[in-house]
Write a protein that binds this ligand. Structure first.
Ligand code: PHE
Length: 483
C-alpha cells in the first residue's frame, strides 16, 4: 500500500486525509490478489473442506462443490467486487450510496451478523490449530515417535480430544487468536502482514506439496484416492447440495462483506473479472490439495473419514510423525495455517470494524475493542459446546430418527453458512439486476482500461438469472421446504 497512489474517487479524501490512511489502498494488483486470496484461503480450505468431503461421501460432493464455485460462487464474487469498488465504503453504506433510502442496506447488516456468527466458531478452531503448532514445536508429542501406527493414531486422537475437549485450554487459545486479530486490526492492516504473507503463504504451499508426496507414498493410500476420484451419487441429497453451496460461499469469503470491503480499496483500472478467476483458482487449488493430502492418509491408517471437525487433527499429526523431520515440518505447518487463518479472521472482523468507523463514526480503536469483546462473548459458549461431554450449550433437536444433539457450534455454523450466506448472496444478485445500472455494472467489472467482452455479458446474465434462482432452489430443497 504505497503512498504514491491516490484513488480516483474516495468519499473520505477531501476532508480527511488521515482517514484515507486508516482505510488504506492497495498499491498493486498483486496486493489485492494477496489480500483477497488471504481472506479466501484459510481454515475453510484445510479444515472445513476435508471434513465436509469426509462426511458427505467424497468425490460426488467435490463435483457438486466445484459446480457451485463456478455458477454461484464466482458470479457473486464479481458482483461484490463491483459494488465495493464502485462505492469505496463499508458494506452497509455501499448499498445506501447506490440506492439511498431503500432497504437494500439491510443486506449489509445481514453480512455483519454473518461475520459475527462465523467468527464465533472460526476463532476457537484457529485456536486449536495454534495449540497443535505450539505443542508440536515444544516437543510435547515426542513420545508418539516410537509408536506403531495404531498406537500413534490413538495417541493423536487423545491429544486432539484434550485440546478441543478441554474447558479452559481451548478458551485461552481462542483468546490468543482474538488478541492477535484485534491487535493487527487496531494498528491497521497495512504493510506488515501484507509483506509477511508474500513469504509465508508460498511457504505453506511448499509444505503442503511435501505432505502430498508423503501421503501419496503411504502404503494403503489407494482407498483414499478411490474415495476422492470415484463419485458415489447415492450420497447426494438436498442437504448435501446445500452443504456444498454453503462451503463455496464460505471458502470464497462471500456474502458477509469481506470481498466487498477489500474491493473498496482497489484502483479503478484493475480488471475485477480477472481478479475473480485468480482468487477462485488459488482457493480451489488449495482445498483440493488438502483433500489429496488427508484422504490417502485416512485410508492408509484405517481411520474414519467422517470424523467431523476433528478430522485434520486426527490425521495430519500422524502423517507428520511418520516423516523425516516430521515435528519440524508439522510445527511449521500448523503455525503457518494459523497465519492463514488470521488473514481470514482479519477479513471477517475488518468489515464490522469498518462499519463502526465509517458508518457509526466510532474511533477505530474503540470499534475494534467493541467487536472483539462481542466475538469473545459469543465464542466462549461456542467453544464449550463442543468440549467434552459437559452438555453445556447443546440444543436437543427432535428429528426423524429421534432426538439429536446440536452444539451451539453447529447452530451458528448452520445459521451463518446455510441461511445467512445464501440469502445474502441472493440479495447481491438481485441488487446487481435491479439496484444498479447495467452499463455501470459491465464497465466496473472490467475497470477503466477494459471493454466488456462476451464473457462479461455471460457473467451478467448468469448473475442476474441463473445464480439467484439456483441458490434459492438449493436453499429451499436443503431445508426441506420443497419436500
Ligand atoms: N474463506 C475463509 C476460509 O476459507 C473464511 C471466511 C469466510 C473468511 C467468510 C471471510 C469471510 O477459511
Amino acid at each position: 500500500m504505497a503512498d504514491d497512489y491516490k484513488p480516483v474517487h474516495h468519499k473520505h479524501d477531501a476532508n480527511a486525509p488521515d482517514d484515507y490512511h486508516v482505510r488504506g489502498n492497495f498499491a498493486t494488483k498483486l496486493g489485492f490478489i494477496l489480500a483477497a486470496a488471504g481472506s479466501a484461503v484459510g481454515l475453510g480450505n484445510i479444515w472445513r473442506f476435508p471434513w465436509l468431503v469426509g462426511e458427505n461421501g467424497g468425490s460426488a460432493f467435490i463435483l457438486v462443490y466445484l459446480i457451485c464455485i463456478v455458477i454461484v460462487g464466482m458470479p457473486v464474487m464479481l458482483a461484490e467486487f463491483i459494488i465495493g469498488r464502485h462505492t469505496q465504503t463499508d458494506q452497509v453504506s455501499a448499498y445506501s450510496e447506490i440506492r439511498p433510502g431503500t432497504p437494500w442496506c439491510l443486506n449489509g447488516l445481514l453480512g455483519l451478523v454473518s461475520g459475527l456468527l462465523i467468527m464465533s466458531f472460526y476463532a476457537p478452531v484457529a485456536g486449536w490449530v495454534l495449540a497443535f503448532g505450539c505443542k508440536m514445536g515444544l516437543g510435547m508429542f515426542g513420545e508418539a515417535r516410537g509408536m506403531d501406527t495404531e498406537a500413534m493414531t490413538v495417541f493423536f486422537q487423545d491429544a486432539s480430544g484434550s485440546i478441543i475437549g478441554g474447558t479452559t485450554e481451548p478458551i485461552v487459545w481462542m483468546l490468543v487468536i482474538m488478541v492477535i486479530t484485534g491487535g493487527i486490526i487496531a494498528m491497521g492492516v497495512e504493510g506488515g502482514i501484507e509483506r509477511a504473507c508474500k513469504v509465508l503463504m508460498p511457504t505453506l504451499l511448499g509444505i503442503m506439496v511435501l505432505l502430498l508426496i508423503r501421503s501419496l507414498t503411504l502404503p494403503g493410500m489407494s482407498g483414499g484416492l478411490a474415495f476422492l476420484l470415484k463419485p458415489d451419487f447415492s450420497k447426494i441429497s438436498g442437504m448435501t447440495i446445500l452443504e456444498a453451496m454453503s462451503q463455496a460461499f464460505f471458502t470464497l469469503s462471500l456474502a458477509m462483506g469481506a470481498m466487498m470491503t477489500y474491493a473498496s480499496y482497489v484502483r479503478k483500472e484493475v480488471n475485477l473479472s480477472k481478479m475473480v478467476v485468480s482468487v477462485a483458482s488459488i482457493d480451489t487449488g488449495i482445498a483440493l490439495l488438502a483433500g489429496l493430502i488427508i484422504f490417502p492418509a485416512v485410508f492408509a491408517f484405517g481411520m474414519e473419514p467422517a470424523a467431523g471437525p476433528a478430522l485434520i487433527f486426527h490425521t495430519l499429526p500422524v502423517v507428520f510423525t511418520q516423516m523425516p523431520l516430521g515435528h519440524v515440518i508439522g510445527t511449521a505447518f500448523f503455525l503457518l495455517l494459523t497465519v492463514a487463518a488470521i488473514t481470514s479472521t482479519i477479513s471477517l472482523v475488518e468489515p464490522i470494524v469498518t462499519w463502526f468507523v465509517d458508518g457509526l463514526g466510532i474511533r477505530r480503536i474503540y470499534g475494534t475493542l467493541a467487536v472483539v469483546t462481542l466475538i469473545v462473548a459469543l465464542a466462549i459458549p461456542v467453544t464449550l459446546s463442543v468440549s467434552g461431554d459437559s452438555g453445556l450449550f447443546v440444543l436437543l433437536v427432535q428429528g426423524e430418527d429421534g432426538v439429536s444433539r446440536m452444539p451451539l457450534f453447529d447452530v451458528f455454523d448452520f445459521l451463518a453458512t446455510k441461511l445467512a450466506m445464501p440469502i445474502g448472496a441472493i440479495v447481491i444478485c438481485l441488487f446487481t439486476a435491479f439496484g444498479m445500472k447495467r452499463a455501470m455494472v459491465l464497465k466496473e467489472a472490467v475497470g477503466t482500461e477494459g471493454t466488456p467482452g462476451r464473457a462479461i455479458y455471460l457473467w451478467y446474465w448468469v448473475c442476474i438469472t441463473l445464480s439467484p434462482v439456483l441458490i434459492l432452489l438449493v436453499l429451499l430443497q436443503g431445508l426441506g421446504v420443497l419436500g
